[in-house]
Design a protein around this ligand. Structure first.
Ligand code: NAP
Length: 480
């Protein structure tokens, strides 16, 4: 079930939130602590205003809520709200048996027994969940993973407690995969927001329902994803999930924030993932965990696509292909004979290789000159420092920006001072924002522009084929 956490401070604004999200949700949580005091008193009437089953929650400040009432007054408020027909009531782990619990049981309202940890994952999480469930209630643990190892631990605990009726929430960015894969983790529901997250890391109800189709995940669903750090800005989940949907392919693709590639591979095994994309800064780091790599990966030295093969993981590179597609005609027609490539990171490795493979003369500029030198030697091209960019003004047909400078949220900076003549093709591989400072300067001079989103889509389309064995559906491109 997808449960919308209502964030309004009046009952009517909560009702509006339900109306706006009705088609995406199975139930909603009324957070009494977020309501104005006058509205709190009318909460018992709320269930009769909507057809959506409701959870009643009055969250204390120490558990991440706003309720600062004494425990006696809090109980009174919950008791009077329980006059309404709520389907569930949330009672914290440490609250002793009292009249709220008794009233809920008499009325057949299911009890969710919850605990929260905003600093990490408690060592005794397993036994606490187990103990809470023993009374026949639904155990809820909202904890805060800080590493990919923490996320793996949460999935493992969920598996060990597979027969327990429970809700396990990973708060914050590290927990997003377990919020989306809540069914895989055996949680009866996942909490969603309507726009502004009420708890850290909440995903919108619309995305959970339409983009991830999180409530459709079953034993046969193929799990795919993207690893990176940062990674939550990427549009890859959009490309792949829309593609899966268009061809009725039972699969899901989601972002994984990663700090340790080795442990991510353990998680990928655990989740029986079928493949994943690799982004900044892991395109080199994944290589040592692959049992097989393509000729391109070997020559480029970077991998952005990993696919499960019998008994091993295979690494491929679709960046070089995606980069070339938008400018292939210009290379083949002879318009692009020389290029200046700014940056010498993972993406640049694929781009320089692609251009050299097509016979384009390349000069690489990079902040760390040793990295530019190394890449230039491998690909038989020239290199220079970023400060010498002016030496190439008016002398190249194509200027490619491949560094992460200008990437959201720092979009008003460019890695180089370069005066375009207007005859160059300017290509920035950053896709968020679409129009970077580098491209704005090229546009002012009258250059032809190419955008990171073109490369992203083309490399994603090839990746989709490698993941699924199917062409990327044309109708999916139109809805991107
Ligand atoms: P990477 O391997 O970490 O390389 C980063 C590059 O940026 C290096 O050349 C680095 O220079 C340079 N750099 C970073 N901070 C800098 C600064 N403050 N000043 C000057 N140079 C700086 O990353 P990557 O995988 O190549 O990705 C780079 C960018 O390309 C990212 O924004 C990524 O999102 C984008 N990308 C887009 C696509 C697409 O499909 N459109 C595909 C792949 C990547 P040093 O060597 O000196 O550190």
């Amino acid at each position: 079930m997808i449960c919308l956490t209502l964030s309004g401070n009046t009952l009517s604004s909560c009702l509006d939130e339900i109306r706006q999200n009705r088609e995406y949700i199975d139930l909603a949580e009324l957070r009494l602590d977020l309501l104005e005091p006058e509205e709190q008193k009318k909460a018992a009437s709320f269930p009769s205003m909507t057809d959506v089953p409701l959870i009643l929650t009055l969250r204390r400040k120490e558990d991440g809520g706003r309720c600062e009432l004494s425990e006696r007054d809090r109980r009174q408020l919950l008791l009077s709200a329980l006059d309404g027909d709520f389907a569930y009531v949330d009672i914290e782990e440490d609250v002793k048996k009292n009249d709220v619990e008794m009233k809920a049981r008499e009325k057949g309202v299911k009890i969710i027994r919850s605990f929260h940890d905003f600093s990490g994952i408690p060592d005794d999480i397993y036994s606490r969940i187990y103990r809470l469930s023993e009374r026949g209630d639904i155990a809820k643990a909202a904890v805060t993973p800080h590493t990919i190892q923490d996320l793996l631990t949460l999935f493992r605990i969920s598996e060990e407690l597979k027969d327990v009726e429970k809700i396990i929430i990973g708060m914050g960015d590290w927990g997003i995969p377990i919020r989306i894969l809540y069914k895989k983790a055996g949680s009866i529901l996942t909490f969603a927001c309507s726009g502004n997250a009420v708890a850290p890391g909440q995903v919108s109800a619309k995305d959970l329902k339409l983009l991830y189709r999180a409530d459709q995940v079953n034993e046969r669903t193929g799990i795919y994803g993207i690893i990176g750090n940062p990674v939550l800005h990427t549009s890859s989940p959009l490309i792949h999930n829309i593609g899966f949907h268009a061809i009725n392919y039972n699969a899901i693709y989601l972002p994984f924030l990663v700090d340790n590639v080795r442990i991510f591979f353990a998680l990928a095994e655990y989740l029986k993932m079928r493949g994943f994309s690799v982004t900044i800064p892991f395109k080199d780091a994944v290589l040592m965990y692959l049992g097989n790599i393509t000729r391109e990966v070997k020559q480029i030295g970077a991998c952005n696509t990993v696919v499960r093969m019998p008994g091993m993981w295979k690494g491929m590179n679709t960046d070089y292909y995606g980069f070339l597609q938008p400018i292939l005609k210009d290379i083949d027609s002879g318009r692009v004979k020389s290029a200046l490539v700014i940056g010498a990171g993972g993406a640049s490795q694929a781009i320089v290789w692609a251009l050299r493979n097509r016979g384009v003369k390349v000069t690489i500029l990079n902040r760390t000159i040793g990295r530019a030198e190394k890449l230039a030697k491998i690909n038989l091209c020239e290199y220079d420092t970023l400060d010498n960019a002016h030496k190439y003004e008016g002398k190249v047909d194509l200027v490619v920006q491949t560094t992460s400078v200008g990437l959201y949220p720092d979009f008003d900076i460019s890695p180089v001072d370069f005066s375009f003549t207007g005859k160059e093709i300017a290509y920035d591989i950053i896709y968020k924002p679409k129009m970077t400072k580098f491209l704005k300067e090229a546009e002012k001079a009258g250059c032809t522009l190419h955008f990171g989103e073109e490369m992203l889509l083309e490399q994603g389309k090839l990746q989709f084929e490698l993941f699924t064995g199917y062409h990327y559906p044309k109708e999916a491109v139109r809805s991107l």
